[in-house]
Ligand binder design. Structure first.
Ligand code: SAM
Length: 741
C-alpha cells in the first residue's frame, strides 16, 4: 500500500488490528485499510458463527455427561478468509479465536479450545497465511502446561507458519476476575494456586511457552501496549525477546487539546525504544463511532500539553476537547512519531544486520587476515584517535626526560593505520622519530610497502616477520605500539605476542601502548542466541558449539545482575600489564604459565530470569603519563564506554554460552568462575556458573522463609540470611578450539 505522506519507502509498517470476528472479510475491508494508509490488516480466521456452534457443542457434551468432546472442522460459513488474492497479497495476518481457553482447567473447554485452534492453524496454512497471532493465556493461574502443549502441537501442524503469542506488556493486567477462575468442581479438584502478579508475570508466561517450544524461531511475541506501562526493568526484559508485533491500543493514547490522539511521553519513549527492534505495529480499537471529521486548519501534532485520556477514562483538563480521533489520526500520529525518530547510535548503523549474529573470534596470529577485515577495523575513527593521543603523550613524556633519537615500532601493523597516526603525533609534537612497522601477514606487508611508497614517503622501515622473532638493527625501541586485542582483551594472544617482542624495548624508559588491559564479564539472558545455538546443535557439528566463545553484537539480551540504578554489574576478571617484569618472563620456562589467570565473582540477581551465557568485555589503558595527570583509555563495557571511548565500534562483545539455560528466582545470586589456561602451545578458557537462592534461618537452624525483603547478609531480628545452592552448570571449555600460539 502507498505511503500517504508520499515519503521514500518506509522502514516501518503499521497495520489495522481489526476487531470483531462477526463478518466475513472482503476486499472492502482491505480497501478501507488501504485508504487509511495502513500497510496490513490482522483478521480473525473464524467468525461468531463458529464460536456459537462450538459453545453449543460443549454444552451438549457436558449435559450428556461425556468427558470427551469432538469438534468438527470448519465449514464455509464459519470462516472469514479464503485462499484468494487478498491472502496472497501478503498483507493479511491471521488471528485465532480470542474466546478460546487453551489453559482452562475444565478438560472439555481445554480440549475444545485446542481442537478449534488446530483447525484454525491448519486452515490458515492452507490459505497461505505466513503469520498468525494467538492470544496468550488469560491469567497466570490456570493450566499453563496445557496451553504450551496446544501451541507446541500447533507449531507442528504447518512448518511455514510463524506464530506470535499476544501478551500484555504489563503483567498485572493478567490478574483474573474472580469469575474467570474455574470452580473446583469444574477443574476436577485442582484449586488454582495463588500466583504472584507483578511486572514480570506476563514475561513468566512467555518464558514458559517458548521454553516448552525449545526456543524455536517460529515462535514470536505480539506485545499489547495499553495505558498502563511496565517499569523500566520489565521493558528491558521485553527488549531481550522476539517482539515481532506491537499492538498499540487506542487506550494507550490521550487526546490533546485539539481532540487528536497523542501518546504520553512514557509511551513515546517506549515506541522509540521498540523501534530499534523494528517490529510491525498494529493499531487496535481506533474505529469507534462519534468522531468529528478532521479540521485541516488544526496543527496536526501539537505538543501534548493538557491531555485527556482517549476513550474518556481519565481527564487531565477541565474542558473536554471535541474528539477528532478518527482511525487515520492514530496511524498518522504513529507514522509521524516513527518518521521523526532520532538517528540510531553509530554502533547500530555500523552493526546493522549483525545484531545477535554469532561469529568465531578472529585469530590474527594463526591466520592471515584479509583486506576487507582490516577495512572494517579502519572504519572506527575513535580507536585510532585514542591511539594518536596516547602516542602523543608518550612522545611528550620521553621528550621531557631528554630522550633523543626516539624509536617507535608498530608491531602487528596490518595495513598501516597506526603507523599513520604515530607519524602524525610526532609531526604535531615536532619530535623526530625513527619508525618501524612489523607485520607477519605477507599480504598486508605488500600493502604496507605501497603505503610507504605512496603515503609515508619511505619514512618507515618495514619488516616482514613474526614480532617474536624480530631483531632491530642496533638500538632499543622506546615506544612499542600494538593493537592485538580481542573482545575479551587477551583472547587474540596479545600477552603472548608482546612477551615475545619485549626484549627489543628499552629496559628503563621503554613504553608499551597499550600499557595494560583487563577482561570483564557478567551473566546475561540471551534467548535469541540460545535459540540460534539450539537450532545449530541439531545439525551434526564437528565442534561442540557450546564449548567456544563467540564474538557478537549483543542486542536481544537482558543484564540479569543490576545495581539499584539499573546499571549492569560487570566484574573485572583479570589484568595484563606491559612490559612484564623480567623475572616473570624468565620464570616462564617455555610453558607460558605466567599468562594463566583465574577469576571468580558473585553477581546479585534482583529479578528472576534465565541465564543463557556470559557476556565479556574489555577495558584498556593505552597510556597514562608518569605523573598520572593524563590517561587515554578504551572500553567496550556498556557502562564505561561513553566515559572512556564514546562511539567506539571496533569490538563487539564476546559471549560464552551455557549448554543448559539456568533459571534464577527473584533475589538470587550467580557465581561465575573463569579460567585462562595455556600449555605453551595454545590458550583457552574454561567457565562455570553456580546459582544460589537465599533463605532465612532461625538461630536454632530452622529454615523460615525466602527472605525477599531482608537485604542484610548478616542477621535480622534473630534470623540470618543463608545462601542455598540451586544449580551448577557444566565446566565449559574452549580447549579443543583454543588459540594457537
Ligand atoms: C587486529 S590487527 C590490527 C592491525 C592494525 N594495527 C590496525 O589497527 O588496523 C592485528 C595485526 O597484527 C598482526 N599480528 C598478529 N600477531 C603478530 C605477530 N606475532 N607478529 C607480527 N604481526 C602479528 C596481524 O597479522 C594483524 O595484521
Amino acid at each position: 500500500m502507498a505511503d500517504a505522506e508520499g515519503q521514500a519507502p518506509m522502514a516501518f509498517f503499521i497495520g489495522d488490528h481489526l476487531p470483531a470476528p462477526n463478518r466475513a472479510l472482503s476486499f472492502d475491508i482491505l480497501d478501507r485499510a488501504a485508504q487509511d494508509a495502513y500497510n496490513m490488516i490482522s483478521v480473525h480466521i473464524t467468525n461468531i458463527n463458529y464460536q456459537t456452534k462450538i459453545q453449543t457443542i460443549i454444552e451438549e457434551t457436558r449435559q450428556r455427561g461425556h468427558t470427551r468432546v469432538y469438534i468438527p472442522g470448519l465449514e464455509v460459513e464459519d470462516v472469514n478468509l479464503h485462499p484468494d488474492d487478498l491472502v496472497a497479497s501478503g498483507k493479511v495476518i491471521g488471528v485465532t479465536s480470542q474466546w478460546l481457553e487453551l489453559d482452562s482447567l475444565d478438560p472439555l473447554v481445554a480440549s475444545a479450545s485446542r481442537q478449534v485452534l488446530h483447525h484454525e492453524i491448519g486452515y490458515a496454512g492452507f490459505c497461505g497465511l505466513g503469520t498468525l497471532l494467538i492470544d496468550g493465556p488469560k491469567t497466570a493461574q490456570r493450566n499453563l502446561a496445557g496451553y504450551c502443549q496446544s501451541i507446541v502441537q500447533g507449531l507442528a501442524i504447518n512448518a511455514y507458519l510463524t506464530i506470535n503469542i499476544m501478551l500484555p506488556a504489563f503483567g498485572p493486567s493478567l490478574v483474573p476476575e474472580p469469575k474467570d477462575i474455574d470452580s473446583p468442581s469444574q477443574n476436577s479438584g485442582r484449586v488454582p494456586p495463588d500466583v504472584l502478579y507483578d511486572d514480570l508475570t506476563s514475561w513468566d508466561i512467555w518464558n514458559a511457552i517458548r521454553t516448552s517450544a525449545r526456543y524455536t524461531q517460529r515462535l514470536g511475541l505480539c506485545l499489547k501496549i495499553e495505558y498502563s506501562l511496565p517499569k523500566t526493568h520489565t521493558l528491558k526484559r521485553w527488549f531481550a525477546e522476539p517482539i515481532r508485533y506491537l499492538i498499540i491500543d487506542s487506550t494507550a493514547f490521550l487526546l490533546n487539546v485539539k481532540g487528536y490522539p497523542v501518546l504520553t511521553k512514557p509511551h513515546q519513549r517506549l515506541v522509540t525504544q521498540f523501534a530499534r527492534r523494528n517490529p510491525f505495529y498494529l493499531l487496535s480499537n481506533t474505529r469507534h463511532a462519534g468522531f468529528e471529521p478532521e479540521d485541516p486548519a488544526d496543527i496536526e501534532f501539537p505538543p501534548l500539553g493538557s491531555t485527556i485520556r482517549s476513550k474518556g477514562a481519565r481527564h487531565t483538563v477541565s474542558v473536554t476537547p471535541v474528539r477528532r480521533d478518527d482511525p487515520q489520526s492514530y496511524r498518522k500520529y504513529l507514522h509521524h512519531h516513527l518518521l521523526n525518530l532520532p538517528p540510531p547510535p553509530p554502533l547500530d548503523s555500523f552493526g546493522a544486520g549483525y545484531q545477535d549474529y554469532l561469529q568465531s573470534p578472529l585469530q590474527p596470529l594463526a591466520d592471515n587476515l584479509e583486506s576487507m577485515t582490516y577495512e572494517v577495523f579502519e572504519k572506527d575513527p575513535v580507536k585510532y584517535n585514542q591511539y594518536e593521543k596516547a602516542v602523543a603523550l608518550a612522545l611528550q613524556d620521553l621528550n621531557e626526560q631528554g630522550i633523543e633519537d626516539i624509536c617507535v615500532a608498530v608491531v602487528g601493523a596490518g595495513r598501516g593505520p597506526l603507523v599513520t597516526r604515530c607519524i602524525r603525533a610526532a609531526t604535531n609534537a615536532s619530535i623526530d622519530i625513527t619508525i618501524y612497522a612489523i607485520e607477519k601477514n605477507p599480504n598486508a606487508y605488500t600493502h604496507l610497502m605501497k603505503m610507504n611508497r605512496d603515503v609515508w614517503g619511505g619514512a618507515v622501515t618495514l619488516v616482514k616477520t613474526d614480532m617474536r622473532k624480530w631483531n632491530p638493527p642496533s638500538t632499543y625501541v622506546h615506544i612499542l605500539v600494538s593493537e592485538l586485542l580481542g573482545s575479551f582483551a587477551d583472547n587474540e594472544l596479545s600477552p603472548e605476542c608482546l612477551d615475545g617482542v619485549q626484549r627489543v624495548l628499552h629496559p628503563t624508559v621503554g613504553i608499551n601502548i597499550p600499557q595494560s588491559y583487563t577482561a570483564h564479564y557478567t551473566p546475561i539472558m540471551a534467548p535469541k542466541i540460545h535459540g540460534d545455538l539450539l537450532s545449530r546443535a541439531t545439525s551434526s557439528n564437528a565442534v561442540d558449539i557450546y564449548e567456544v566463545p563467540y564474538v557478537v553484537m549483543l542486542t536481544a539480551i537482558d543484564f540479569l545482575s543490576q545495581n539499584t540504578a539499573g546499571e549492569p554489574n560487570i566484574h573485572q576478571a583479570w589484568e595484563f600489564k606491559h612490559p612484564v617484569p623480567s623475572a616473570d618472563l624468565e620464570h616462564e620456562g617455555g610453558f607460558n604459565d605466567h599468562n594463566q589467570r583465574e577469576a571468580i565473582a558473585a553477581f546479585p540477581i534482583p529479578r528472576r530470569g534465565v541465564i543463557h551465557g556470559i557476556a565479556g568485555y574489555f577495558e584498556c589503558v593505552l597510556y597514562e603519563n608518569a605523573n598520572g595527570t593524563a590517561i587515554v583509555e578504551l572500553s567496550t563495557r556498556p557502562d564505561t564506554i561513553d566515559a572512556k571511548s564514546k562511539d567506539m565500534i571496533s569490538w563487539f562483545a564476546i559471549y560464552f554460552p551455557l549448554r543448559t539455560p539456568m533459571p534464577v528466582p527473584d533475589d538470587s545470586e550467580a557465581q561465575v568462575s573463569f579460567w585462562r589456561h595455556t600449555d605453551g602451545r595454545k590458550v583457552w578458557y574454561d567457565w562455570m556458573v553456580e546459582t544460589f537462592s537465599f533463605v532465612l534461618t532461625s538461630l536454632d537452624g530452622g529454615i523460615t522463609s525466602s527472605p525477599l525483603t531482608v537485604p542484610s547478609q548478616k542477621s535480622d531480628g534473630g534470623y540470618s540470611r543463608k545462601r542455598v545452592p540451586i544449580a551448577v552448570s557444566d565446566i565449559c571449555s574452549s580447549k579443543k578450539n583454543g588459540c594457537l600460539m
